[in-house]
Design a protein around this ligand. Structure first.
Ligand code: G6P
Length: 593
């Protein structure tokens, strides 16, 4: 994914480039393959290149650019490889218009063909480059910048958050969004636009949420927003409850470890959403089916939701990947609650599915980002209280999603015992975190592996899937999560003395069956690491290594606690392999294409 920022300082004497640089540094979880900044001071100044921000900054000194306003971009390529020419900002031929863009244009080939026929010359292989050329074309036809921008947007098919500056009208930044996130920030001495709040939180917590298709104009006097018919729209300013400190790494070497260590709090704060969740339940009426829809880690939270709802509420529950959702859409009705889970609230596949679902069914979005696109689209919203998460691999937002689903289930079924159990979870998590050094030691023994399997059954099956996903996305080791009963239907063929198997073995009704599966891999000489209860002598005898958890954590509540050592294992193995856990290869935190 990409991230865009724009800033205009009220004081014309000040330089905006150092601020833009800080903002894109805070946005680099959205893309870290290239970075670029454009400012205006009589003419457009551009510095951009392929590479992570510190590398490019060292080479180009990005903060050293004149002008009190400009735009900036971090790139995770979707159209056109990562190189200097494809880095944003993209410019028109005369370097008079600069554009940054997050999203993906479906019709760029057609537009490019038309522009080339008109004599425009393209330098990059990005879809974005059509935008500055189109704006230039309409300015050449006699329109001013704003109307040329409007006309350009009418031509675009796809997703976009765009910001534009022009040397001919060098007092403003124009921006808009369609299916890609964009926020407006207002501080005492500057106005911002940004793909996400953490990028600008150091400067302001006063945020305006523009709607799709609105045109935003920032100048030294303020922010104006117009609708598609050019009428001015009055927007409310909301104060975001996050702080700059919450979004910073603090003394930790990586965001991921900071975020893992915050998980007890993420549970505690999300349990505080009880009244809101109760109101939603009271309003829901008769629900006969539930369908969860999500991607990635949020899909694993959804799978846990299915086990929970079916176990406690006896409501038939499906789980569908957002990108596959349209194939299930015809089975929906008004008695099916469709629950969308997303840390960002901006994943395009999930938003597209939500738009389909809301035609027929009540919808609930469980997101970690207040004001994200999914909160605008869904009928009901639960905001998980994990605080800002910047590590690309989701950790605390996942545990917060699980907490919200457990709390929803407990309130739906008036299960006071489950609520009491949930209140104990922060302590169970703290107990695991206090033993994180044990995992650090274990990671040295397991980082040699080229393939790993994670096994779990019932409530522990999604835990196995999530453990494997965490490891593969950041350590780049191949790992697979499996329902342990399925082992004999394929993966057993791959088990040998070089393959570690991590077994999720909490106490409960599934214990004996999972133990049988553990023995199956043991007899194929697998190296077994069991995550099990303290005092589980059987697991200790049969495993090479164990990591133990408070025995009061039974299989039902286990996903909230047993996931934590697996996150730590992924983190420490990644460090052992010499990779950056915050910035995995080819991945980004928010997928808006
Ligand atoms: C990306 C992120 C994952 C996340 C997934 C779904 O792949 O790297 O961490 O689980 O998107 O994102 P969402 O914001 O919808 O939860």
């Amino acid at each position: 994914m990409c991230g865009i920022v724009g800033c205009i300082l009220k004081d014309k004497e000040k330089h905006v480039a150092p601020i833009l640089l800080e903002c894109v540094k805070n946005l680099d979880y959205r893309g870290y393959d290239s970075v670029g900044i454009a400012t205006i001071d009589g003419k457009i100044y551009v510095k951009k290149d392929k590479g992570k921000i510190p590398e490019v900054d060292e080479k180009l000194n990005l903060a050293d650019m004149p002008g009190n306003f400009g735009i900036a971009h971090v790139r995770w390529p979707s159209t056109g490889i990562a190189n200097k020419v494809n880095a944003h900002p993209q410019l028109d031929e005369g370097n008079g218009i600069a554009v940054v863009h997050n999203g993906s244009l479906k019709n760029y080939n057609e537009l490019k063909g038309e522009l080339v026929a008109d004599g425009f010359k393209f330098k990059s292989t990005t879809d974005t480059e059509v935008i500055p050329h189109l704006i230039r074309k309409y300015i050449n036809e006699g329109l001013d910048l704003e109307h040329a921008f409007r006309k350009t947007i009418e031509r675009l098919d796809g997703s976009y958050a765009i910001a534009v500056i022009s040397k001919d009208e060098n007092n403003k930044i124009l921006a808009t969004r369609h299916q890609s996130p964009l926020k407006i920030g207002i501080s005492d001495d500057a106005y911002f636009i940004s793909s996400d709040v953490p990028a600008i939180i150091e400067y302001t917590r006063n945020i305006i949420l523009p709607s799709e298709g609105e045109i935003i104009i920032l100048d030294e006097n303020g922010v104006t927003v117009h609708d598609e018919y050019d009428n001015e729209v009055k927007k409310e300013i909301c104060v975001i409850p996050w702080t700059a400190q919450m979004a910073s790494k603090g003394d930790h070497p990586y965001y991921m470890i900071k975020e893992i260590l915050e998980q007890d709090k993420a549970v505690e704060f999300t349990l505080g959403e009880r009244d809101n969740i109760q109101k939603i339940i009271d309003d829901l009426g008769n629900i006969k089916n539930i369908c969860f829809v999500a991607c990635g880690t949020s899909y694993h939270a959804s799978l846990t939701g299915k086990y929970l709802i079916q176990h406690f509420a006896k409501i038939k529950t499906d789980v569908v990947l957002a990108s596959e959702f349209k194939y299930s859409a015809d089975t929906l009705d008004e008695e099916t609650l469709v629950v969308f889970i997303s840390q960002s609230g901006e994943t395009l596949d999930s938003i597209n599915a939500l738009r389909i679902a809301k035609e027929t069914s009540p919808t609930l979005a469980i997101v970690n980002t207040e004001g994200s696109a999914m909160t605008e689209e869904a009928k009901y919203t639960i905001v998980t209280q994990a605080g800002p998460e910047k590590g690309v691999a989701a950790t605390k937002t996942y545990i917060a999603q699980l907490t919200a689903i457990y709390l929803f289930t407990a309130l739906l079924t008036k299960n006071h015992d489950l609520i009491k159990e949930l209140d104990k979870v922060p302590n169970y998590i703290r107990e695991v975190l206090e033993k994180s050094e044990e995992i650090e030691v274990l990671s040295k023994r397991y980082s040699f592996a080229e393939d790993l399997f994670y096994l779990g059954r019932g409530f522990s099956y999604p835990v196995a899937l999530e453990g494997a996903l965490k490891l593969k996305e950041i350590s780049l080791i191949h790992a697979e999560g499996y329902a342990s009963g399925e082992l004999k239907h394929g993966p057993l063929a791959l088990i040998n003395h070089r393959v570690p198997v991590i077994v999720i073995l909490p106490p409960g009704t599934d214990y004996d069956d999972t133990m049988t599966n553990l023995e199956e891999v043991k007899s194929r000489k697998a190296i077994i690491l069991s995550i099990c209860a303290e005092g589980d002598n059987k697991a200790e005898c049969k495993s090479k290594d164990i990591f133990t958890i408070n025995p009061e954590v039974n299989e039902i509540i286990a996903p909230l606690v047993y996931t934590v050592p697996l996150q730590l294992l992924a983190y420490y193995v990644t460090l052992e392999k010499g990779h950056d856990p915050d910035k995995p290869e080819n991945l980004a935190k928010v997928i808006t294409v």
